[in-house]
Design a binder for this molecule. Structure first.
Ligand code: GAL
Length: 730
């Protein structure tokens, strides 16, 4: 849908839309904390006659009021959940000016506002808006619950919720079908409509594929309404899986799984929250395929359907939580928060990827009366999932099924060197104070305890990596910890009260542009080499980068069995993973220390620097190699797109730019402004002049919604122009 936004009366905007495009850093975040107005004429269509017509907003931040021809007809006080505005009683055959006032101010009556929050809540209609036209009786929602999932024959219960705003006498039938991944119908059941909720059961379903992380098999449930009051159809995807948190860890489909993941905000540079499905999906792909994570926490609010759908498709588990950050407001605020539990669950209950509902305000103090209500709401709506509630204090009342804890204990220590025993995670009994062990998950660590910029000196980055590895190792080694979810996936824009003064929290293992820091490979290297071979030395390989000089001890993150290092003088050393320091990691890092080099010519490094070649072996086969150069020289600019197709819709493509030396290594300190020129049917998000940070950056483009060609050119003073060509397709 295209909308006109105030104060630019003639400005036609496209959804998703951010009300104020912010600079990357050092901006005034109050600039979007005010009201914005969008307008659209909805011309009468004969298709509306005798129908139910409504507008469905997938998300608008933060307090939305909707008017038709000047009369308020609805509103919504949550920036993260969808809402439907019924137009039927108000639509005229002429007129129908729809005005949407979106107030981006931090209204203390609406969660998460009222205190400080360490992230931004960018104003605007930042997700899609749909025109929904149905018969007067229609299917509003369905809930699909699977049962006996680990038995040979499985069961499914489909609860169908009807929408009947005119209170028509109910009659007719509902048909529910289960379709396999090839859209073959494998089971059908009918039911007479018995009320606004009708339940249809399937029993003895045979030959059903489980939804697993390796093969996330999705079925579809199609429900058709057949009544003289209305015909309708709704389709939802489901997966057959069990997910259980117990005192001795987490099990997916009855099998133990250590949960390893990262927290994700839904923000992007410049565009804030307003990016389309492809960008959301890409973040899920990065977590699963690049970072080898098996879980993500949607900190600190429900995220887009596109993101969750992708998690279902690729097999990435999700902890989803209600909006909030440390602050609990008054009674009106709490009522909204309880409603947020309902809105989140009713939107998302069919996602197999979601394994836990977060029903506390992140890191708030205990408030048993309030959290009994949020837990009751979750359990009443969804009997199939456990609840958690993220806290940061020990001895909190356990009202949830899982004690979910932000454990920042590691921050209280400095790590001089990796070979020292540390407390990386607390013992769960110390945290819960309970006599018995309970289901327990670590939901944050690191973050503000050790902010690390991609341009920070190598030694700091080594420590950043080490801290992530230490926690992973501790989580892997403790059966009473279901897993750990680190803070956080990428750097994010924030309020002046947080971050490095630049309005950025540099807490990510990726930059805000989704380019990896070294710490990204702490996660990536724990994945199987069958999926992706990783060999990442934590060094820029320069004589004078570290204090005092040299690069030792040198850490290499890899999932290879062993690594052979070779030097130009003919010396070579085979390294084994450091299973002593990191006994519990699937793939401990490799360490090269002074003692490994003593006696060899290599150990006598002086001021003459030399190359190093690293070759990784799996099953005695060479699978990867890297050469780090003593004399890196700016050689090429690698410009690559995340997707080869640009579509004429709201899907963006991310384009990454990296300055490389002769051996294809990043040049982290290159001082290189770049200019982006676009010709044809595409436009740029953000500025067209930018610079590399840590040797790399990225930008997003989207189509102008016209078919045709688009040429993206990246210009710089040191390299030839690099171009990427797209044909813009449907
Ligand atoms: C936590 C909080 C996160 C983020 C993080 C930074 O306390 O839950 O939202 O602020 O600290 O480390």
């Amino acid at each position: 849908m295209s909308w006109t936004a105030e104060p630019f009366k003639d400005c036609v905007v496209d959804l998703p839309h951010t009300a104020v495009e912010l600079p990357l850093d050092y901006f005034d975040e109050t600039s979007y904390q005010r009201e914005f107005t969008y307008q659209k004429h909805l011309n009468w269509s004969d298709d509306f006659a005798n129908k139910e017509v409504s507008l469905v907003f997938d998300g608008a931040m933060a307090n939305t009021r909707v008017f038709l021809d000047g009369v308020q007809i609805g509103g919504h006080k949550d920036g993260y959940t969808p809402f439907e505005i019924r137009l039927t009683p108000y639509l005229k055959t002429a007129g129908n000016l729809i005005t949407v006032c979106v107030d981006g101010s931090e209204n203390p009556e609406i969660p998460p506002f009222g205190g400080q929050i360490d992230y931004l809540t960018y104003a605007g209609i930042y997700r899609e808006v749909w025109l929904k036209v149905t018969d007067r009786l229609s299917v509003q929602n369905i809930m699909i619950e699977t049962d006996k999932v680990l038995d040979t024959n499985k069961s499914v219960k489909v609860s169908c919720f009807l929408s009947n705003p005119d209170d028509l006498a109910l009659s007719g039938t509902l048909k529910a079908e289960i379709l396999d991944a090839d859209s073959n119908v494998i089971a059908v059941q009918f039911a007479e409509i018995i009320g606004l909720k009708t339940t249809i059961d399937f029993f003895e379903l045979a030959d059903i594929h489980l939804w697993t992380l390796e093969n996330p098999y999705l079925y579809q449930v199609r429900v058709s309404l057949d009544s003289d009051k209305g015909i309708d159809r709704i389709i939802q995807k489901i997966g057959f899986r069990t997910a259980d948190f117990a005192a001795d860890g987490f099990r997916l489909n009855g099998e133990k799984l250590k949960l390893i993941g990262l927290n994700r905000h839904q923000s992007f540079p410049y565009s804030g929250y307003a990016q389309g499905p492809a960008s959301q999906e890409r973040d899920a792909d990065i977590l699963k395929y690049d970072l080898a994570c098996n879980i993500v926490r949607t900190s600190h609010y429900p995220q887009s359907n596109a993101f969750l759908d992708r998690c279902d498709e690729i097999g990435l588990l999700v902890l989803e939580e209600i909006p909030g950050w440390q602050h609990i407001g008054g009674d009106v605020w709490k009522d909204e928060s309880v409603q947020n539990v309902r809105r989140m669950i009713e939107r998302d209950w069919n996602h197999p990827s979601i394994i836990l509902w977060g029903v506390r305000i992140n890191e708030s103090d205990d408030d048993d009366a309030f959290y009994q209500r949020t837990n009751a709401m979750a359990h009443q709506l969804d009997s199939t999932r456990q609840t958690g509630g993220i806290r940061k204090h020990a001895g909190s009342s356990l009202l949830e099924d899982v004690y979910t804890m932000n454990d920042f204990v590691l921050g209280e220590f400095e790590i001089p060197h990796v070979n020292q025993p540390l407390t990386s995670l607390r013992n769960q009994s110390e945290v819960t104070g309970l006599p018995q062990k309970v289901p327990y998950l670590v939901t944050e660590y690191n973050g503000h305890m050790f902010p690390t910029k991609v341009t920070d000196q190598e030694q700091r980055q080594v420590e950043h990596v080490t801290r992530h590895l230490e926690v992973l190792n501790a989580a892997y080694g403790d059966d009473n910890i279901a897993g750990c979810i680190g803070w956080c996936m990428f750097d994010y824009n924030t309020h002046k009260d947080f971050g490095s003064g630049d309005r950025i929290c540099h807490h990510g293992v990726l930059t805000i542009f989704r380019e990896p820091k070294f710490a990204a490979y702490a996660y990536a290297s724990q994945g199987s080499p069958k999926n992706r071979v990783v060999l990442q030395p934590v060094t820029y390989w320069a004589r004078g980068e570290r204090n005092i000089g040299g690069t030792l001890p040198l850490m290499i993150l890899s999932n290879c069995d062993f690594i052979r290092l070779s030097f130009p003088n003919g010396t070579s050393i085979d390294l084994q993973p450091d299973t002593e320091t990191f006994a519990h990691l699937p793939h401990p890092p490799f360490m090269l220390s002074e003692s490994d080099l003593s006696g060899s010519e290599v150990g006598q490094w002086g001021m003459r620097w030399m190359d190093i070649e690293m070759v990784g072996y799996v099953n005695n086969m060479q699978v990867v190699s890297r050469t780090l150069l003593a004399d890196p020289v700016a050689t090429s600019l690698a410009v690559t797109a995340d997707r080869s197709v640009l579509t004429n819709d709201r899907n963006e493509v991310r384009i990454s730019v990296k300055a490389l030396d002769q051996a294809g290594n990043l040049m982290p300190y290159i001082d290189l402004p770049i200019t982006i020129e676009i010709e044809g049917s595409a436009k740029l998000i953000g500025p067209d002049v930018t610079s590399l940070k840590g040797g790399a950056t990225a930008f997003w483009i989207r189509s102008t919604r016209e078919l045709g060609e688009a040429v993206i050119g990246v210009h710089s003073a040191r390299f030839a122009v690099e171009e990427i060509h797209f044909s813009v397709e449907n």
